[in-house]
Design a protein around this ligand. Structure first.
Ligand code: DGP
Length: 136
C-alpha cells in the first residue's frame, strides 16, 4: 500500500534495522523497544492485521517470530513475549499486520495486563458465545 510505512520499510524506501527476511516475511527492530532487540515480524504483503491475513500467512509469520524469539533467547534474554495488537481498541497503531517479539528480563519493569474477575455466570456465558461463534 502506497502510504504504509511498513510497506516502505519492506521495499527499502524507509530505513530499518533488519534482522530476518525470507520470501514472505520481513523482521526489523521496533523504534520504540520495550527492551533492546524488540522486533517486529511482518508479512511483506500488506494486510491490515491478523483478521485480514490468510491462515497460511499467519503460520509463516508465527514461524518466523519463533525463529527470531529463539535467536533473542540465545543472545541473553531470559524470556520472550510474542504478541499482536489487532484493531485500534487493542492498541494497534500501525495498520500493517505485525507481531511483536519482545525480549524480557526479570527486572525490566515492563508490566503486562492485570486480570479481572468474572461476575457470576459470565465466564460460562462468554465461553458459550465464543463456542457458538466458532461453530455457528
Ligand atoms: P502497534 O501498537 O502494535 O501497532 O505497534 C506499532 C509499533 O511500530 C510500535 O511499537 C512502534 C513501531 N514503529 C512505528 N513506526 C515505526 C517505524 O517507522 N520504524 C520502526 N522500526 N518501528 C516503527
Amino acid at each position: 500500500m502506497e502510504s504504509c510505512i511498513f510497506c516502505k520499510i519492506v521495499k527499502g524506501e524507509l530505513p530499518s534495522s533488519k534482522v530476518y527476511e525470507d520470501v514472505d516475511v520481513f523482521a526489523f527492530l521496533d523504534i520504540k523497544p520495550v527492551n533492546p532487540g524488540h522486533t517486529l515480524v511482518i508479512p511483506k504483503k500488506h494486510y491490515v492485521n491478523v483478521h485480514d491475513m490468510p491462515d497460511e500467512m499467519v503460520g509463516k509469520v508465527a514461524i518466523a517470530a519463533k525463529k527470531v524469539a529463539d535467536a533473542i533467547l540465545k543472545i541473553g534474554a531470559k524470556g520472550v513475549n510474542i504478541g499482536t495488537n489487532n484493531g485500534k481498541d487493542a492498541g494497534q497503531v500501525v495498520f500493517h499486520a505485525h507481531t511483536h517479539v519482545m525480549p524480557r528480563y526479570g527486572n525490566d519493569k515492563f508490566s503486562l495486563w492485570v486480570g479481572k474477575e468474572y461476575d457470576g455466570d459470565e465466564r460460562q456465558e462468554v465461553a458459550e458465545k465464543i463456542r457458538q461463534s466458532l461453530n455457528p
